[in-house]
Design a protein around this ligand. Structure first.
Ligand code: SF4
Ligand code: SF4
Length: 138
């Protein structure tokens, strides 16, 4: 998995990562040979990156969709939802915290995921959910 993002993405006013460190845990990061769902060796849980000033561009350039898309409500804040979302071309990817297996099936999340899938289908888009080794297309 590669977390490259559009560099023009801007943070929604009023949003910040706070103590969320989900993107340092959930995704696979090739550069660090980090598997999915384990902490990056540079992450201090709920505090942040111990090499923040020198973190590589793969980290520096990444913002999850909650940070850049005001259409995602506060319920999608990763520290609250236990999920992180990002776009890769036509794919909307949802990574689910292994400790919160079924949360993406609960409301209001599941209805919104189905709506995003329906809205993006005409242009070739789709939604993929990862939980542990399980993959679901919505
Ligand atoms: S998952 Fe989003 S909110 Fe959480 S640390 Fe990463 S970019 Fe920030
Ligand atoms: S280097 Fe820092 S920002 Fe990048 S994944 Fe590790 S802890 Fe997170």
């Amino acid at each position: 998995m590669d977390l490259r993002m559009d560099h023009s993405s801007k943070t929604v006013a009023g949003r910040s990562c706070g103590t969320c460190t989900l993107c340092c845990r959930l995704p696979e990061i090739d550069l660090f040979e980090k598997p999915a769902n384990v902490w990056c060796r540079h992450c201090i849980e709920e505090k942040g990156c111990s090499i923040y000033e020198h973190r590589p561009s793969v980290c520096r350039d990444f913002l999850c969709l909650w940070m850049t898309d005001e259409a995602l409500g506060e319920e999608w804040e990763p520290a609250r939802s236990h999920m992180m979302i990002y776009r890769q071309g036509p794919q909307i990817t949802l990574l689910v915290d292994p400790d919160h297996a079924d949360i993406w099936c609960s409301e209001p999340y599941h209805t919104q995921l189905q709506a995003w899938a329906s809205e993006s289908e005409p242009t070739g888009g789709y939604v993929i959910v990862f939980w542990q080794d399980d993959v679901f297309e919505i």
